[in-house]
Design a binder for this molecule. Structure first.
Ligand code: CAA
Length: 384
């Protein structure tokens, strides 16, 4: 049975910060971000937008009423969860009006969580071919004002509908994983922002890739030459490019895959890191911006979650996949409201003020299709 991605949608918050402005405010050469990280803008979410609202919005952009009746599993991969116990998937299930007899869960392993979700979805469809699984990768990446990771922040969600006989990508069964117990990026329960050993994390990203790819080649007999493009986890685009260069032994292959790589980072460059969703945003960017792909092309994926777990897997493009995509995504991204560095510091780092009973005080109203309306007795109440 062919199983894979039938639909893919993306949601981003309304505000954007130009990294040239951030560079000026931090007294850094703007080329450090633009050339050194290959990053030009980052998406800024207000306090009323979180992984639930962005995830719901991404899913709503692709689902029909028929899909909502067929979905019997909702998986949210995230590392910026809003509750230590209740899964964001439960709230999203409700906001979207998905039929009640469904399993809704949240999966965590840093930026890798949603990739594990995709594998679980595939296994579920293999056993239940008529059902559909909604996999959402939703994150708000915040490192803090003037922190080392500040230019690599971002916010957004990617939603994927996994089905039998998909319209976009058939997932192959060649997955290879690696687990390493390391502290390159982590967030203790009481910390607002992640702790990160920046340089070490970049080394681990690449070392996990090269060693896992060696294992992948041995196990599958495939090599980079077999693929039309490669999508990697993109904490910032330069990291992905370094990863690609680290495993490409052949110059012609590297040149060809680098051309695809630049098409695959167009959205990431103006959104920033969205942790679990970054690899899938890169896939969407590739699909919507490359003229070089055709049905049957094989795409290679490298998912990396600090801590660390990584996975290499692949998929095959389906005939007519272009019909499931959007043409004006970049125009929509260009419509975002540009904020100054002062506004970014206020908007992105605003915190909800609660009274002693856990009720929010003076929370701004947000007219977005999905938004946090209030907190009542420590319960987050959303509108849709
Ligand atoms: N013009 C052009 N390039 C310049 C420049 C200039 N004026 N100034 C600096 N650069 C280049 C540097 O040479 C460097 O490029 P190379 O690595 O290719 O040499 C690049 O800009 C970055 O410079 P630095 O390494 O000096 O930057 P930094 O010390 O400020 O740290 C960082 C960079 C470690 C990535 C930091 O942004 C960080 O901690 N980010 C968060 C962690 C992260 O994203 N890690 C990635 C792997 S972990 C992961 O993937 C999981 C996840 O999502 C977090």
């Amino acid at each position: 049975m062919k199983i894979g991605i039938d639909k893919i949608g993306f949601a981003f918050p309304e505000f954007v910060l130009d990294l040239a402005d951030l560079a000026a405010a931090r007294n850094v050469d703007p080329n450090k971000f633009k050339v050194g990280l290959l990053q030009s803008e980052m998406a800024i979410a207000p306090v009323t937008q979180d992984i639930v609202t962005l995830g719901a919005q991404a899913a709503a952009s692709i689902l029909t009423e028929e899909d909502k009746q067929a979905i019997d599993m909702v998986i949210v991969g995230t590392e910026s969860s809003v509750d230590q116990s209740k899964a964001a998937a439960v709230v999203i299930h409700s906001l979207l009006g998905i039929q009640p007899f469904a399993r809704s869960i949240e999966m965590k392993e840093a930026c890798y969580g949603a990739t594990a979700g995709l594998s679980l979805a595939k296994t579920h469809i293999a056993q239940n071919p008529d059902s559909k699984v909604l996999v959402i990768a939703s994150d708000i990446a915040k490192y803090g004002i003037a922190s080392g990771g500040e230019p690599t922040q971002g916010a957004g969600a990617v939603a994927m509908l996994v089905t039998a006989d998909p319209s976009i990508l058939v997932l192959n069964s060649d997955n290879v994983c690696q687990t390493r117990d390391i502290y390159d990026f982590w967030r203790p329960n009481d910390d607002k922002y992640p702790r990160v050993d920046g340089k070490y994390s970049t080394e681990q990203y690449t070392d996990c890739l090269t060693t896992t790819f060696d294992y992948y080649k041995k196990k599958t007999g495939k090599d980079l030459e077999d693929f039309a493009a490669m999508c990697l986890h993109i904490p910032f685009p330069k990291q992905g490019l370094k990863g690609l260069r680290a495993i490409a032994a052949n110059e012609d292959t590297l040149t060809r895959l680098t051309d695809r790589f630049y098409e695959a980072i167009i959205y990431n460059q103006v959104i920033g890191n969205i942790y679990t969703g970054s690899i899938f945003l890169s896939f969407l960017s590739l699909l919507e911006n490359s003229q070089a792909l055709t049905a049957g092309d094989e795409i290679l994926f490298y998912s990396y979650g600090s801590g660390a777990v990584c996975e290499i897997f692949s998929g095959s493009l389906v005939e007519g996949y272009q019909a499931s995509l959007q043409e004006k995504r970049m125009a929509d991204l260009n419509q975002r409201t540009k904020v100054s560095v002062e506004e970014y510091e206020k908007i992105f780092f605003e915190e909800i003020v609660l009274d002693e009973a856990g009720n929010s005080i003076d929370l701004n109203s947000d007219e977005s299709p999905y938004a946090l309306e209030k907190v009542v007795e420590f319960k987050r109440i959303y509108h849709s």
